[in-house]
Design a protein around this ligand. Structure first.
Ligand code: ZN
Length: 322
């Protein structure tokens, strides 16, 4: 029988984390400073585990190694995507991630292009996205002189916003933001600035990676042009936010209620995260209940599916390079 793969997430405690993964999504979090829910993850730093059907109990990385047919026999050493929910109770460090080439050479893993769908944001929430330096020498000098106000670009945010964050983009989520992140499966972060904070658990400042940051940052910063598309599938309002070599990301909005029949086009499999509401997923006449906080993969063999109820879902599919 062809079944969806529902996943049990892994949680990461962070000095900037909070309790909203529990209060908003009902997660069993390990502490009151839980920053990240690694919801769909095959990364060795936090694997999600299948919780239903014949693969119940199997970690996603093992499933990728042993049952590649579920992923359309996709190539690649590692499952390429990672879906997280982030609870930024405090500001995250100002950071940048390498691209595939730099990460392969220096970190032996994938690079990290990521994107955020903003689930919630307090009224004056801001994030850092991009910088003002025009040359790499200027970037290095402004970092050395700690000219943060001048260097960093602050952007106001509200729920429903979407940001594409290619590798090489200086960025930081600000306090009071919850976001769903779709990213390459990588855990390489170069910290540029951490607000001179001391981590209360270790009583030390967290490590910075200034030279790597200067090496991998795109200079000058250029905002990517998103060619998002809007269309309807049945009663669902669909937005395709981005389609790149790494991933395509969609919002399926059935918040007003109704039914939508989806047919997969080219991608070998589909990731889904339910952000609000409840309803049903129907595959080959079989019903599965869906509710806020669930994360799942529709494997290769599931070519079409029906969703009904009142639901808001963020979905993603691997791109050409992944
Ligand atoms: Zn990041």
């Amino acid at each position: 029988m062809i079944e969806p793969l529902f996943l049990k997430p892994y949680f990461q405690e962070k000095m900037w984390g909070g309790t909203r993964l529990k209060s908003e999504f009902g997660c069993q979090i390990p502490s009151d400073h839980t920053g990240e829910c690694w919801a769909i993850s095959a990364h060795p730093h936090g694997r999600a585990i299948v919780e239903n059907g014949e693969f119940s109990g199997v970690p996603l990385d093992q499933l990728w190694q042993e049952h590649r047919e579920l992923f359309g026999n996709a190539k690649g050493k590692v499952f390429p995507l990672l879906t997280k929910i982030l609870d930024a109770h405090r500001d995250l460090s100002v950071q940048v991630h390498p691209d595939d080439n730099y990460a392969a050479e220096h970190e032996h893993e994938l690079g990290k292009t990521e994107c955020w769908y903003i689930i919630a944001a307090k009224p004056d929430a801001k994030l850092i996205y991009g910088h003002t330096a025009q040359t790499r020498a200027e970037l290095a000098e402004m970092i050395k002189q700690q000219k943060w106000q001048q260097l960093l670009r602050y952007v106001p945010v509200k729920a429903g916003d979407f940001f594409y964050v290619p590798s090489g983009t200086i960025h930081a989520l600000g306090a009071g933001i919850m976001a769903l992140e779709t990213q390459q499966s990588s855990d390489t972060t170069y910290r540029v600035y951490d607000f001179d904070r001391v981590d209360p658990t270790t009583h030390q400042k967290r490590q910075l990676h200034l030279q790597q940051s200067i090496d991998v940052t795109n200079v000058p910063h250029v905002d990517p042009r998103l060619q998002s598309k809007k269309y309807r599938v049945g009663d669902a309002q669909v937005i395709q936010y981005v389609e790149t070599d790494f991933f395509a990301v969609y919002r399926w909005d059935l918040a007003g209620g109704g039914t939508a029949n989806f047919v997969r086009k080219d991608a070998p499999y589909t990731l889904m995260s339910v952000l609000s509401g409840s309803g049903q997923l129907q595959i080959n006449g079989q019903d599965y209940s869906l509710k806020k906080g669930q994360h799942l993969i529709l494997p290769f063999q599931v070519k079409s599916w029906k969703i009904s109820g009142q639901l808001e879902i963020i979905a993603s599919e691997p791109g050409e390079k992944s």
